[in-house]
Design a protein around this ligand. Structure first.
Ligand code: SF4
Length: 285
């Protein structure tokens, strides 16, 4: 029986080449400040929910801020890859700017997350799929299971779209896990989307980069899943496992948005990269 993560399956089908480089060649990419901030938010949200599950009451903002301070010291480290604008302002200033944003995000969490009572938080789960007579396990971590649904915490520069949540394979996997556990379809399937906005001020002309103060926003997006979606998921997983077992890694379609520098860390050195995206010239500021 193979054990593959849900994110590996999604990567394999969205771009086999990035799957090959990441999981077969082991070329792990350095994280960015935005991903580090996302990790910090997830860890604080996990503590917030786990404490409620155990004690049936919520932690105060002061305790969550303390946890934030602790996780930021681990996540914002010298292994992160800074782009030229970030390198110009420096890690110490970036950490302050993200710290401010994360505090605003925690304020939104405390104010709006309480209406969604957790049953489980950050639970590692596994679903067994029958693929050509063989059992194949797919594992994942579900951010939050509610009494009547599921929630995924998302952090992003810009707001997630309705199309994104409607077509998100990970949400179908979580919904199926909920169905397998609770024997009914989830009534609520949600993104709790923390939107950072830009970390820099908008600039016109060749001015030097300056950190901005765009307020952090929250959007709660909902979607649905049906038994038909679960049947499609079974075919999707079968296809991914068949490609993996045969060692067939199909690069992303050239017109895919993912095949571009902001979305793919392998772009600079990839021989299959989209020709529609022009090489960018980096100018030191
Ligand atoms: S540059 Fe495009 S083809 Fe290459 S790994 Fe990235 S997404 Fe895949």
């Amino acid at each position: 029986m193979s054990h593959l993560s849900a994110s590996a399956i999604i990567k394999l089908l969205s771009c086999g080449e990035s799957y090959r480089r990441c999981y077969v060649e082991g070329e792990r990419l350095a994280g960015s400040c935005a991903t580090a901030a996302g990790q910090c938010f997830h860890k604080v949200a996990q503590m917030h929910n786990e404490y409620y599950i155990e004690n049936k009451k919520w932690l105060s903002k002061a305790v969550l801020y303390e946890k934030l301070f602790e996780v930021m010291n681990t996540e914002f480290n010298s292994d992160l890859k800074l782009n030229p604008k970030e390198a110009y302002v420096g890690m110490a200033n970036l950490k302050l700017a993200y710290g401010k944003k994360l505090k605003e995000a925690i304020d939104l969490l405390v104010e709006h997350d309480k209406q969604f009572i957790p049953l489980e938080a950050e639970k590692k789960m596994e679903l067994n799929f029958n693929v050509s007579g063989q059992t194949e396990a797919v594992w994942f971590t579900m951010d939050k299971m509610l009494t009547d649904g599921i929630m995924d915490y998302k952090t992003s520069g810009m707001a997630k779209t309705q199309a994104k949540i409607d077509n998100d394979i990970a949400m179908t996997i979580y919904a199926l896990a909920y169905y397998a556990t609770r024997k009914e379809l989830p009534k609520q399937i949600m993104y709790f989307n923390i939107i950072w906005g830009s970390i820099f001020k908008r600039q016109i002309g060749g001015k030097k980069p300056e950190l901005g103060d765009t307020p952090v926003k929250l959007a709660i997006l909902t979607t649905t899943r049906t038994m038909d979606d679960f049947r499609c998921l079974q075919r999707y997983v079968s296809m991914a496992l068949e490609l993996k077992n045969k060692g067939v890694y199909i690069p992303a379609s050239p017109d895919s948005e993912k095949c571009s520098p902001p979305f793919c860390g392998y772009w600079q050195t990839c021989r299959y990269k989209s020709k529609r995206v022009k090489e960018t010239q980096t100018i030191d500021v």
